[in-house]
Every structure is written in C-alpha cells, then in structure tokens.
Design a protein around this ligand. Structure first.
Ligand SMILES: Cc1ncc(COP(=O)(O)O)c(C=O)c1O
Ligand SMILES: N[C@@H](CCSC[C@H](N)C(=O)O)C(=O)O
Length: 421
C-alpha cells in the first residue's frame, strides 16, 4: 500500500514527463470538429486531473472504477440515487451526523424508507431487512463517533443474500488501513476531506465501485447532477495520497499511546479505540483492518469536564473533521453530530459528554502533556481529585520534564499489543 500510494497508474499522457501530475484547470475542451469530441468535452463530465485521481484510487481500492465528488456527502448522495422510491435502506445507528441527516431528512422526500440497526450485531441486520424491498445497506466501521466495529464480511453476506448492495464508509481508516471491497462490499466511500487530503485544505469524497455496470450508474449521477470534484482539489488530493501512509502510521502510533494513557486516566470513563485490546470489537477489527487508526473518543461522565478538556487543550484545536496532520478535539453532540436531534441521539445512546480526538503527527510527548494539563483543569473544575497515572509534570522543567514524558511513552509503548500489519 505504501508503494501504491506513491506510484499511481498513469492515465494521462504528458510529453514533458512531469513528476507531479499536470493540473488541467479548465472547464471546457476544444473539440476536433463540430461533430467529433475528444476524450473530454466539459469538466463536469470528465477532466484528466480528476481521471488521474480516480484511477489512482481505483488502484488502491481494487475497484473497477472510482469517482471523485465535491464532498463525502455528495458521494453518499450519489449512492442514495441507486435506491428508488418505495425501496428501503438499512444503516447503522452510530453514524456520522451528516449521513444521519441525509437518511432522515432527504431519503424520505425521495420515497425511500430507512431503518437504523446496531451493526455490531449481525442478527440485527438480518431482522431489519425487508425481503424484496431492502436495496442498500450502509455501514461504517469504525463508526463515527463511538468507534464501534462491525464485521463487514458477515454483514455483506447477509445483505447480498437479500439482494441488497453494501456501501462501506471507510473515512476513518481510508484504504491505507482497510479495504472494504476485498471484504465483499460493493462500494466504498471515503471522505477525501480527511486522511487523503490530510491537511484540512480540501473537501472531497470518493466512491470506489467493484462492478463495472454499477460504476456506469454512479458515473451517470456524477455527471447528471454535476457533483464531481474540481481539478485543483483533485490535484491536492493526489498530492496528499503520496504521504498518506507515512502520516497515518505516525498518527496511529500517537493514537495508540494516547488511548492507553486515557484508558488508565480516572476522568476518561470509557475509551473507544479499536486498537485497544479491551475494545469489544478489537478481535473483529484485527481480521479486517491493519491498524486502530487515529480517531478515538471517550466519556467523562460530565459535560462540564468534557467541555473544559476541549477548551483548555492548546495543541488539540476545537475543530470538526479529522485525519489532519494537526490534532483536533471535538464534542460530537455539539459539533459533528449536532444535526441529529437530541432525542434521537439519546435514543441511539450517543452521550453528550463524549469527547472525540483526532490525533495528528505532532510529537507524542507534547500531545500527552497537553491532554494532561487540560484534564487536570477539567478535574479541578468538577472538584474531582484522584491520582493521575503516568506523570506529574507540574514543577518539572526542561530536560527533567522531557525525560519524564519519554519514560512514560516508553512504558506505554511497551504495553502496546499492536494489530498485525
Ligand atoms: C464518517 C464520515 N462520513 C462522511 C462524511 C462526510 O464527508 P464530507 O465532510 O467530506 O462531506 C464525514 C464527515 O464529514 C464523516 O465523518
Ligand atoms: N456543520 C457540518 C459539520 C461537519 S462534521 C465533519 C466531520 N465529518 C466530523 O465528523 O467531524 C455539517 O452539519 O455537516
């Protein structure tokens, strides 16, 4: 994967041998004659820079074709187009807020009904399927924001028995760490806004499709509805791909350490990170993914404490999104998942005090020190006193402080039971 991320199949011929793919920042293409069109006529219908990105993604995902959209939500909307009025969709009950909004507020207007099930339980899907009516199953693994793991191959087999297509939203792991088409899925969606771009400077979404006939239907909607990604954003996404393995490996290594540290912290009640052996989905995850990734969440039991952690952290910026080189922190119920009505969030068991962290590529000792000071302030705020495992940095300076942090990180690393790579 690390090699394939750097070496893309070339789909455009360039007389100058440019190492960085040329950027065709054009809306239209001059035609050979009034009655003949070359390979491209109009960027909404096709553009060589987008074609280059799409070919690279198809190569990474093992897809017949891939498609780049203006955002992850535009890509998921195109998937919803594959379902007709009167048909039925089954989705998880812990899903990204925007996907939930699409399914609760857009799908019904299209005459599509939706059921939400706990995807950690394969039987839940079987029971939710309406024979002859269920045409699409939408999965996330890990889920956003509770990082639940579903057995993609098992759920796909159940969906296929019923004649339904399966789309897996793989935004949290990207092809670097998980390739759902190889597990049987029909379509994989990755928000390129996250790890693929990697620098918080692009919004984009990718669909990779196994079956060429299904791919043709997806292309139809990309062109008909004008949702394709613009050339410059495609170019930025391609630049991001080259360093994606390096970034994601570093981010995951940092997240492993932070998850272990949080797990031992008295203020972190429940740490959701599939890289931890204690995570209920860890064993399934290890069969279908090669890393725990770098997104994790935890509860504190107090909204005030959670808010204080987010607001007192200095390196972790309060920001929606994830997968960036810089570390981010959020309270999903007030940010990425605020579009889900509070009653529905409560019904789905999404706690208001949940803190979500996207771990970046910074030095892990700085990240731990930052979380340490923010969590101490949160404990003070709610009047909680408890011994904090790990390190006491107060009063230490310079090399003493650094040594203390490095020792703690070495201890945590020694405890790591890494997933197979
Ligand atoms: C899991 C997941 N899927 C889809 C999306 C939508 O992607 P985008 O923001 O690129 O539209 C997001 C975030 O926005 C996400 O977290
Ligand atoms: N205001 C946006 C929120 C985007 S959330 C982005 C990302 N998927 C995340 O999980 O942080 C909206 O309502 O869509």
């Amino acid at each position: 994967m690390a090699t394939r991320l750097v070496h893309a199949p070339k789909v455009t011929s360039d007389p100058y041998g440019a190492v960085s793919p040329p950027l065709y920042q054009t809306a239209t293409f001059e035609q050979v004659s009034a009655v003949e069109c070359g390979p491209y006529d109009y960027t909404r219908s096709g553009n060589p820079t987008r074609a280059q990105l799409e070919a690279h993604i198809a190569h990474l995902e093992g897809a017949s074709r891939s498609f780049a959209f203006a955002s992850g939500m535009a890509a998921l909307s195109a998937v919803l187009r594959l379902v007709r009025a009167g048909e039925h969709v089954v989705a998880g009950d812990d899903i990204y807020g925007g996907t939930s909004r699409l399914l609760t507020r857009v799908a019904p207007d299209l005459g599509i009904s939706v059921s939400n099930v706990l995807t950690t339980d394969t039987e839940g899907l079987r029971q939710a399927i309406i024979p002859g009516k269920t045409k699409l199953v939408m999965l996330e693994s890990p889920t956003n924001p509770r990082m639940q793991i579903c057995d993609i191959a098992a759920l796909t087999a159940i969906a296929h028995e019923a004649g339904a297509l399966v789309v897996v939203d793989n935004s949290i792991l990207a092809p670097t760490f998980q390739q759902p088409l190889a597990l049987g899925a029909d379509i994989v969606m990755t928000s390129a806004t996250k790890f693929i771009a990697g620098h918080s400077d692009v919004t984009g979404g990718l669909l990779s499709v196994r079956d060429p006939a299904l791919a043709e239907r997806v292309y139809f909607y990309q062109n008909a509805e004008g949702t394709g990604l613009g050339p410059f954003d495609c170019w930025l996404a391609m630049r991001g791909l080259k360093t994606m393995a390096l970034r994601m490996e570093r981010q995951a290594a940092n997240a492993d350490i932070i998850a272990l540290w949080l797990q031992a912290h008295p203020l972190a009640r429940k740490v959701n990170y599939p890289g931890l052996p204690s995570h209920p989905g860890h064993a399934v995850h290890a069969t279908q993914a090669s890393s725990g990734g770098s997104l994790l969440s935890f509860e504190t039991g107090s909204i005030e404490a959670s808010r204080t952690i987010a607001e007192q952290a200095q390196l972790f910026k309060i920001t929606v999104s994830f997968g960036s080189v810089s570390s981010l922190i959020s309270l999903p119920c007030y940010m990425s998942h605020a579009s889900i009505p509070a009653a529905l969030r409560a019904q789905r068991g999404l706690p208001d005090d949940l803190v979500r962290i996207s771990v970046g590529i910074e030095d892990p000792s700085d990240l731990l020190a930052d979380l340490d000071q923010a969590m101490r302030k949160a404990m003070d705020k709610i009047g909680m006193s408890a011994a904090i495992p790990g390190f006491q940095l107060d009063g230490l300076t310079g090399s003493q402080r650094e040594r203390q942090l490095l020792n703690r990180i070495a201890e945590l690393e020694a405890q790591l039971q890494r997933l197979p790579t």
